[in-house]
Design a binder for this molecule. Structure first.
Ligand code: WTA
Length: 630
């Protein structure tokens, strides 16, 4: 195919790649989608199963509370599993799982369906009904996927808390969601050690009061505390007659909630992003199909964690809706050696690998010889997500891992968007570090303070101008926050919280967050969470957290702490505070460095000016200081 000449460093797709791609001509698809936007999504929706079809594809009568596929009736889990049972996919592998300790389990669509039905029956026996919230706190094991789908089958709303979070983060999320059941694993293997998930959960449950039952999945088998009447072993319940493999499903309305997922925002507590049934299903199904070009024979590996949105959309729902074979790995990429990932790609013949820049940079550090000793010729497509990828890491991924024949899908999106928003497709020319253009039909822009488009290569606010099917519907129980946070800055446009540039070819380049969110190793954390963990320590009077550039992690957390009277600065205390944050929020939130200070730069109204701290740490000009207190 003939491509327009683009500026800068450009990688054009090979004819083999285009030949095989679902979408051979991106511009054509974009035009079709722009001409009839609802029609485009309607056509995709028609590839899925509905008990009853919709009245309207997009209902914007109560903006920004958009509705999609109004009055349609469906079940997302039915689309993930049951529909495949009537086809040859019944015996196709849905999931291949490898534990960090080498354990191996596989599930065909038939088997996964059976396990999900049994899981759903166990939840029903605990009194879980449609609309109830269920918190899930586990490592990367097949049961986390089963638990999520079991909720979807019976209409319960899952709230997955990433297994790397700890006591306060978990307790806050359980409390806010008012979950009555918690599903937890006894532990998780991580770098040869056990993360004591159940023990962390026990401590979290002492701080919140809504959970009636704890369902415990055995993974590591270490001694744990089981509270009589509250805690039950999953493997015991699932062997009782109540947990048979037939389980009636709930017929859901298009706009019934599917799940909530907590994420860090600009200020205050993490907020629960609400996703609903129909639009989310159509959005993730379509984007995964076109972007990762899912074909029947593919083995697809998204190396994220099911506990984040990437896992929800592109480990659990997207691949199963597409009838794909997914791979899931429990542990660390470099355990026991830095070739673990490459070894598994070779062993299982993985065709598509989707991961984060931080993982690529981390593995790159060990040198290419670890990669080169494995046969990675099965790879056809690569992907990245979570933070901007630096061109150096992009090129390494492209050359050393992909042997210059695998296009890299740099997908920009958010917990809130539910699905890819800025992304290439395999047939699109790539530029290292750019996610290329918005998904067909979706209009996005980079604008200045007043909402005017900025000139090419100038920095501005990244906004989304069209509604999209997998968009968040609200902040759970807090519609006001939904409107204020996302739709008030520029009336009618969705504010992403990112700054970006658009080049002369219309390619988008993400710069980073403009709010108080820090992306550490691709994990989204809020300065507020880290600061409130710090001030919950008796020695701390005040604290401020910022993100500073880090070679592997992208950003690292630096914390500034004012001590209470009677406490002395010491490296010991600094270490104790770091451990305290790890215990309260999670190891991922542990500050890289703690600095004791006597004062913090504040505005006259008392807001900490993190930008001043950041500029100071980087030796840069802090800019306008007119609002500084003194
Ligand atoms: C960042 C993760 C650059 C961005 C799916 C966004 C990215 C935030 C990319 C959302 C990318 C995500 N290039 N930056 N390809 N993908 N981001 O909610 O700052 O955990 O706003 O969702 O990650 O993080 P979240």
């Amino acid at each position: 195919m003939h491509h327009k000449q683009l500026s800068g460093e450009v990688y054009y797709p090979s004819s083999e790649v285009i030949e095989r791609a679902h979408i051979k001509n991106w511009d054509e698809l974009n035009e079709t989608a722009k001409k009839d936007y609802p029609g485009f999504w309607e056509k995709m929706a028609n590839e899925l199963h509905w008990f009853q079809k919709w009245d309207k594809v997009i209902d914007d009568s109560q903006k920004p509370f958009y509705k999609w596929f109004t009055n349609a009736k469906l079940n997302v889990a039915y689309n993930c599993l049951d529909v495949h049972l009537k086809t040859f996919r019944r015996n196709k592998l849905a999931l291949i799982w490898e534990g960090e300790n080498g354990d191996l389990r596989t599930y065909s669509y038939h088997a996964l369906h059976r396990e999900v039905c049994k899981f759903a029956n166990v939840l029903k026996s605990l009194g879980v009904n449609k609309g109830d919230r269920v918190t899930i706190y586990m490592g990367r094991i097949p049961e986390i996927i089963m638990a999520m789908l079991a909720c979807a089958r019976i209409g319960a709303i899952h709230s997955v808390v990433y297994g790397g979070f700890s006591v306060e983060a978990l307790s806050e999320r359980i409390e806010d969601s008012q979950s009555k059941v918690l599903i937890v694993a006894d532990g998780a293997y991580q770098r040869g050690k056990i993360v004591p998930l159940k023990q962390i959960a026990d401590e979290a449950l002492q701080r919140c009061g809504t959970v009636e039952n704890v369902l415990v999945v055995r993974r590591t088998g270490q001694q744990i505390n089981m509270e009589q009447g509250r805690d039950m072993w999953y493997h015991e319940l699932v062997n009782l007659p109540i947990a048979n493999q037939n389980c009636a499903l709930e017929i859901m309305d298009a706009e019934d909630p599917l799940f909530i997922l907590y994420t860090s925002g600009t200020t205050g507590k993490p907020k629960a992003i609400l996703h609903t049934q129909a639009g989310y299903m159509v959005g993730v199904y379509t984007t995964l199909k076109f972007v990762f070009d899912i074909h029947e024979e593919d083995r697809y590996w998204c190396a994220a964690d099911p506990g984040w949105i990437t896992g929800h959309s592109y480990i659990v729902y997207g691949p199963l809706l597409n009838g794909a074979t997914s791979f899931l790995y429990e542990g660390a990429p470099n355990y026991p050696y830095p070739n673990r990932w490459w070894q598994m790609i070779e062993k299982y013949g993985i065709n598509i690998l989707y991961t984060a820049p931080t993982a690529i940079r981390g593995l790159m550090r060990f040198g290419e010889s670890w990669v080169l000793r494995h046969d990675l010729s099965s790879l056809r497509l690569l992907g990245t997500v979570g933070e901007p990828i630096n061109p150096e890491a992009w090129r390494w991924y492209y050359k050393v891992v992909g042997k210059e024949k695998c296009p890299i899908m740099d997908t920009w999106w958010q917990t809130e968007t539910g699905m890819f928003m800025i992304t290439p497709m395999p047939s699109v020319p790539l530029k290292p570090g750019s996610g290329t253009r918005p998904f067909p039909g979706i209009e996005m822009d980079v604008v200045d303070e007043n909402g005017n488009s900025v000139k090419p290569n100038e920095e501005g606010y990244l906004v989304i101008k069209t509604p999209w099917p997998a968009m968040l519907r609200t902040v759970y129980k807090d519609p006001e926050r939904y409107v204020n946070q996302y739709w008030s800055r520029f009336d009618g446009w969705y504010l992403t919280g990112d700054s970006a540039k658009k080049d002369e070819d219309g390619y988008f380049w993400i710069i980073g967050r403009v709010d108080d969110v820090i992306k550490v190793s691709g994990y989204r954390l809020g300065t507020a969470e880290i600061e409130s963990a710090l001030v919950s320590h008796p020695a701390v009077a005040e604290a401020a957290a910022i993100g500073l550039p880090h070679e592997v992690k992208g950003n690292a957390i630096y914390a500034y702490v004012i001590l209470r009277n009677g406490f002395e600065k010491s490296s010991q205390l600094a270490e104790e505070l770091r451990q305290h944050v790890a215990h309260e929020v999670g190891p991922i939130a542990k500050p890289e460095h703690i600095e004791f200070v006597d004062s913090l730069p504040k505005t006259r109204s008392g807001k900490i000016m993190r930008r001043v701290l950041k500029a100071r740490a980087l030796g840069q000009d802090p800019g306008n200081l007119s609002t500084l207190e003194e």
